[in-house]
Design a protein around this ligand. Structure first.
Ligand SMILES: Nc1ncnc2c1ncn2[C@@H]1O[C@H](COP(=O)(O)OP(=O)(O)OP(=O)(O)O)[C@@H](O)[C@H]1O
Length: 817
């Protein structure tokens, strides 16, 4: 178990912000190696696959289109690679890659020194063994390339085909800084494509952090602020998820440290503390508007993410999401919405980029892999496809437990969302984060210019399997195997050829269901480092380029190698996370989001829920306890007077557990924690008030509806109708999904917020075998409230990974070039 010192180290380490900065500079350059004698190799090979954060392709609308620019990222990378090959006159296999133009850079040498790229360790890597047996696909590829060229020309003629749609920017991808390598950043800042949603990327620059003026560009191209009044989250949530308090500052204060702990394409994550228990630290995922998103679309997107995340918050391998709250403008954030979530110590990417990662024993890596798989299985078993699995979206708790997060593009995957016997609903459109996005999805990437005939509806579950396989390969190889999982990437082509070779020449039944013969051996580059042909079977079957034969999660859980992996936590172990307490719920009259804001009644203007209009939203949202006691809003009066100043510790299981002060005391004792909450409370609350009173200025209401895919329009109607649902008694039983009626209606409607649904495919067998993994796990004992606070004994020390790059100065050497 990692102690406090480790945690501190975590926070000192150059985490997300540094990584992002590093990524901008270093992606496609030689990556870390511990062997300086390999400097030449690194440069010659132009390793472009070093680990870096992968922003999600934000194709909310179902397509991720980009300008038909000849300078797409792929193009740029290809140019680099070919240039490199020319320069070095080397025939390379997997190790072939984009060129680094910083040969003589000290920073690069420093970087290369830390390289632990296993491909660089053997001369045979250069030969790309395992791929030269047959190359039957080459002809296909040439034909495909020709066809793509023709399609590209046609596409140019069509020119503005995708204009106005949400786009994945190719700005950073195609933008070359004179002294900088290419970085693929869909949300990148470009002089030509200023993306409002990139505003928070700049907050990672610590110099700007306390610069209030930075946050005052209301409505300019960098900052996108929601118009006032900010909508009430409860207006967008189903009955059983409505919250007692909807204001962040009612029950939380920002961490005094006040540094962002992470950021993504549409969010920034900071620490917040319970107003009542300073030791209870949570993550606030502050959500930002993306592109030219309208406020309505923003609210619907975010509430969907929240509903899915909360729906899944019943498993030790899922990051718990507690509340969806209004966030005021402060020195730390702009106004908007945010999630209160369980705090992760770091994400898997941050573990993998540490120089000590390469020394992590196989057994520990397998354990992490299996934990992630358990999380994915839980999602699938609960009707959700994650669709954006990548190391950045796996958080590690302080106990070393892997927890999936970021359900921003997740979706219900059944045709009838809550009917798990109904077929799988296929998807269309480019989503996800290369290279974890499988080839069948990459065909939808507009920048790849694939002919439309290649774009077939795909199974979102197979998407998760593939991502898991690529994650596994990356974890073992310490480097991503390729940049894009499509045949525009030479390394991916090599992988495909290797795959075919293995089947054609060594194991013809490799793709057969139930075949558990050994997988590829060390003659295959992407198998060599596993040193275990059972592990390669698992990795390669998950990363099967063919989605039809790819391992499903059930196949994975049936695999004998997977089954025998020992983990240090069981999927049904209880969590150690304390549900944040809600004591205060600011009423309409005593909460001032902005002094210039209109009366709170205006919130009603935002609601599209006729039910709420008729009933008149009560000034104080009902608590989960009140909802449980009297589901109908008409009975609200009975519960009146119990709301304010009452302690509400609402479980994330749907509100069926409200912890009494007595219980809290008990928990406190079990934890051995010292509370002093009452003493601190007053001071903390006054702190919260101060935060509230910080600067904010009115925003011109932007209601411009962009030229969005028609499905977006329809989804808005669907969400409205979802909210018209008749309230039912909120009830949750453990991991059971949403209450039947509401859940079914909600699922149906929310599922329609998804990408274009296509033809159903056959439902997979949802039964999973019993997986016996760790015998070392502590099983839950006693009641949940007691067992949830038991410390678990783990067999591995997942956070205990050394890093030779520990301070900003060493990092700044990279980025100050
Ligand atoms: N609960 C949390 N605790 C600690 N760190 C977190 C938490 N949630 C997110 N992070 C950090 O912030 C990063 C971004 O979070 P997340 O992926 O949820 O944002 P996003 O905007 O949806 O990103 P993406 O570009 O992948 O869609 C994560 O990679 C992680 O490092």
């Amino acid at each position: 178990m990692t102690g406090n010192s480790k945690d501190k180290e975590v926070h000192k380490s150059p985490s997300v912000s540094t990584l992002k900065l590093l990524g901008k500079r270093l992606f496609n350059s030689g990556s870390h190696t511990d062997n300086s004698s390999l400097l030449l190799s690194a440069e010659q090979l132009g390793n472009g696959r070093s680990l870096r954060k992968r922003p999600t392709s934000p194709s909310i609308g179902g397509t991720s289109s980009g300008p038909n620019s000849p300078s797409s990222s792929a193009g740029a990378r290809q140019r680099s690679a070919s240039l490199h090959r020319k320069k070095n006159n080397a025939s390379v296999g997997f190790s072939n890659g984009p060129v680094s133009s910083h040969k003589s850079s000290a920073a690069l040498q420093d970087l290369i020194k830390h390289n632990n790229n296993p491909y660089l360790n053997s001369p045979s890597d250069i030969l790309g063994t395992g791929t030269g047996i047959a190359s039957t696909r080459d002809r296909d590829r040439i034909a495909l390339d020709r066809e793509k060229e023709r399609e590209k020309a046609r596409s140019k003629e069509r020119n503005t085909h995708h204009a106005g749609l949400p786009q994945r920017s190719n700005s950073m991808a195609s933008h070359h800084f004179p002294n900088e390598n290419i970085v693929y950043n869909p949300y990148g800042i470009s002089p030509n494509h200023a993306r409002p949603d990139t505003a928070f990327a700049d907050t990672l620059n610590m110099n700007k952090e306390n610069d209030l003026s930075f946050y005052m560009h209301d409505g300019n191209s960098k900052i996108r602020m929601l118009p006032l009044p900010i909508a009430n989250p409860n207006d967008f949530l189903p009955e059983d998820m409505k919250q007692y308090s909807v204001h962040l500052t009612d029950n939380f204060v920002f961490d005094t440290d006040n540094k962002p702990i992470g950021s993504g394409g549409s969010s920034e994550v900071r620490k917040v503390k319970s107003t009542y228990r300073q030791k209870d630290v949570y993550a606030l995922k502050k959500l930002n508007m993306i592109y030219h998103e309208s406020p309505e679309k923003f609210y619907k997107r975010c509430s969907k993410e929240f509903i899915i995340a909360k729906h899944l918050s019943h498993n030790v391998h899922i990051t718990k999401t507690f509340y969806l709250l209004k966030v005021p403008t402060t020195t730390y954030t702009t106004r908007g919405w945010g999630f209160i979530m369980e705090l992760g110590v770091k994400d898997l990417f941050q573990l993998m980029e540490r120089t000590g990662w390469k020394n992590v024993p196989f057994s520990e890596k397998y354990c992490l892999f299996k934990q992630v798989a358990q999380g994915v299985k839980f999602c699938h078993d609960n009707g959700i496809a994650h669709r954006d699995l990548k190391p950045e979206n796996v958080l590690i708790s302080k106990e070393g437990i892997c927890k999936l997060t970021d359900f921003g593009i997740s979706d219900w995957y059944h045709v009838v969302p809550h009917d798990y016997t109904s077929p799988v609903k296929t998807c269309q459109g480019m989503i996800g984060s290369p290279p974890y996005t499988p080839p069948e999805v990459m065909y939808f990437d507009i920048k790849k210019h694939y002919p439309e005939k290649f774009q077939k509806p795909y199974n979102p579950l197979a998407m998760d399997s593939y991502a898991l396989g690529i994650m596994f390969i990356t974890m073992i190889n310490n480097i991503i195997p390729f940049i894009d999982s499509c045949n525009t990437d030479a390394r991916f082509r090599e992988f495909e050829v290797s795959y075919d070779n293995f089947i054609n020449h060594q194991n013809p039944h490799f793709r057969d269901k139930g075949c558990h013969k050994p997988g590829p051996g060390s003659e295959y580059s992407l198998a060599r480092n596993f040193k275990n042909t059972d592990a390669t079977r698992v990795a390669w079957r998950l990363a099967d380029p063919n989605p039809v034969t790819r391992y499903t999660m059930d196949d994975l859980f049936n695999d004998p190698f997977f089954q025998q992996i020992e983990t240090c936590v069981e999927p049904n172990d209880d969590d150690l996370v304390r549900v944040p307490e809600l004591r205060k719920s600011t009423s309409a009259t005593d909460f001032t989001e902005n002094p210039l804001d209109g009366p709170r009644d205006q919130e009603m203007v935002h609601t599209s829920n006729p039910f709420l209009k008729n009933e008149i939203l009560p000034s104080k949202p009902r608590s989960m306890l009140e909802i449980a006691e009297s589901p109908s809003l008409k009975q609200k009066s009975k519960a009146k007077g119990t709301a304010k100043n009452k302690s509400h510790a609402v479980t994330d299981e749907g509100g069926n557990e409200s912890t009494s002060p007595k219980q809290q005391d008990h928990r406190k004792n079990l934890n051995g924690e010292e509370d002093n909450d009452a003493d601190k409370e007053e001071a903390m609350e006054s702190g919260a008030t101060n935060v509230d009173s910080l600067l904010e200025k009115p925003t011109p209401t932007s209601t411009k509806v962009e030229n969005i895919p028609s499905e977006e329009d329809s989804t808005m109607k669907e969400l409205k109708s979802m909210l018209d649902s008749t309230p039912t008694t909120p009830k949750h039983n453990g991991p059971t999904p949403l209450p039947a009626n509401i859940g079914a209606q909600l699922d149906k409607r929310m599922s329609d917020l998804s990408l274009k649904s296509g033809t159903p495919v056959s439902t997979k067998n949802s039964s999973a075998p019993n997986v016996s993994s760790s015998s070392n796990s502590l099983r839950s004992l006693g009641s949940p409230s007691v067992s949830s606070l038991k410390k678990k004994r783990v067999v591995h020390h997942h956070l205990d990974i050394t890093n030779s790059v520990t301070n900003m100065s060493s990092v700044s050497a990279f980025i100050s070039r």
